[in-house]
Design a protein around this ligand. Structure first.
Ligand code: COA
Length: 254
């Protein structure tokens, strides 16, 4: 598949998607959203890929939001479609992907950029990262899931403060409020993110797929899904290998 706005690189079992529109600080226009969605289709079905990392090109920006220039003339109907389609093909798609997606936030993560990072299963950031939801400064609100995902990550009070004030927060503050898991120097960000991806990629893919769905269901009373998934995994080769390896005192080979 030919991509204009993103790059895909494979290292062992990890695939790194780099959003590559540095002149627009990697803003998400329609074609970038479509390409990201196509890339996920590709990687989800690629047996050699176990973990996906999403990052931005350059040292300044992860993603500086939805492309403001592209939607500046939109009316109500087009804007609603933009948000609905984006959520369906990209943001919700990432959250429910069968493989873990880690955001390596390498600079500005604003508006749709922070929403993209929040849709990912795990977030690491570099010290220079600045995060925020500035939509109300444009007379808008977040439209790619920000009002839903931010309160779940940081609680309603802090989410309200971040959304209403539109202020950017530092990487350090983002870690303090659990918006990102870890903060590294810019140089260390990708190596550390890949290190985590490698650890994850050694574990049972079937287990991780079930865990993603079960953790997501925690938003909606997921106890029953957890019980069912736990049972279903008992009939898989991953479980056979994992349990045998433990009993035989060796490392599992998934
Ligand atoms: N959509 C479209 N273009 C964007 C963009 C966005 N979200 N964010 C940045 N750009 C473009 C700028 O228009 C500029 O293009 P130009 O050189 O053709 O004028 C280029 O990226 C560089 O941005 P610039 O504003 O000059 O950089 P800066 O260092 O002065 O400021 C930001 C960086 C991130 C603070 C600033 O670009 C910004 O506020 N961006 C918008 C953030 C936002 O509101 N996102 C939510 C959208 S819903």
């Amino acid at each position: 598949m030919n991509f204009q706005n993103i790059l895909i690189e494979k290292q062992d079992k990890t695939s790194i998607i780099t959003i590559n529109r540095p002149d627009s600080l990697n803003a998400l226009n329609g074609s970038t959203i479509k390409e990201l969605s196509n890339a996920l289709d590709l990687l989800e079905n690629d047996a050699d890929c176990r973990v996906i990392i999403i990052t931005g090109s350059g040292q300044k920006s992860f993603v500086a939001g939805a492309d403001i220039k592209e939607f500046s003339d939109f009316g109500q109907h087009e804007a609603e479609e933009l948000a609905r389609n984006g959520q369906n093909i990209l943001f919700d798609r990432i959250e429910n992907l069968k493989k873990p997606v880690i955001a390596a936030v390498n600079g500005f993560a604003l508006g749709g950029g922070l929403e993209l990072a929040m849709a990912c299963h795990i977030r690491y950031a570099s010290e220079n990262a600045k995060l925020g939801l500035p939509e109300v400064t444009l007379g808008l609100i977040p439209g790619y899931g920000g009002t839903q995902r931010l309160p779940k990550l940081v609680g309603k009070g802090l989410a309200n403060e971040i959304i209403f004030s539109a202020k950017m927060i530092s990487a350090e503050r983002a870690k303090e409020i659990r918006l990102v898991n870890e903060v590294f120097s810019f140089e260390e960000l990708l190596p550390k993110t890949k290190e985590l991806a490698t650890i994850i990629s050694r574990n049972s893919p079937q287990g991780i797929t079930k865990a993603i769905a079960a953790v997501n269901a925690s938003d909606n009373n997921g106890f029953e899904l957890e019980i069912k998934s736990f049972g279903e995994l008992f009939d898989t080769n991953d479980k056979k290998e994992g349990v045998s390896a433990f009993l035989e005192k060796r490392k599992p080979n998934f």
